[in-house]
Design a protein. Structure first.
Length: 86
């Protein structure tokens, strides 16, 4: 299942590229390379934003599932208690 750890794993290579992209000014002498770098940076920004949003959604979903799990555990204990009292 896709989870928070997967998001972090995807973000790692993005963080590695950040210093390389900061050196991109030297590569901009070639206008075609410069355009490609700008497009790549734009796509990385969009991907980073999307990954952050997905991570937040996954964290919220995990919290919701944990709450449901707690409710199910409580219900299970209640059922077990009821069966013992019969």
């Amino acid at each position: 299942m896709f989870g928070v750890d997967d998001i972090r794993e995807i973000q790692a290579p993005m963080m590695e590229m950040e210093p390389i992209l900061k050196k991109a000014a030297a590569l901009r002498a070639d206008s075609e390379v410069g355009e490609q770098i700008d497009e790549y940076k734009s796509q990385l920004r969009e991907l980073k934003t999307t990954l952050e949003q997905v991570e937040i959604m996954l964290i919220a979903r995990r919290a919701s599932l944990e709450a449901c799990r707690s409710q199910l555990a409580a219900a299970s204990l209640w059922v077990a208690a009821c069966q013992r009292t019969r």
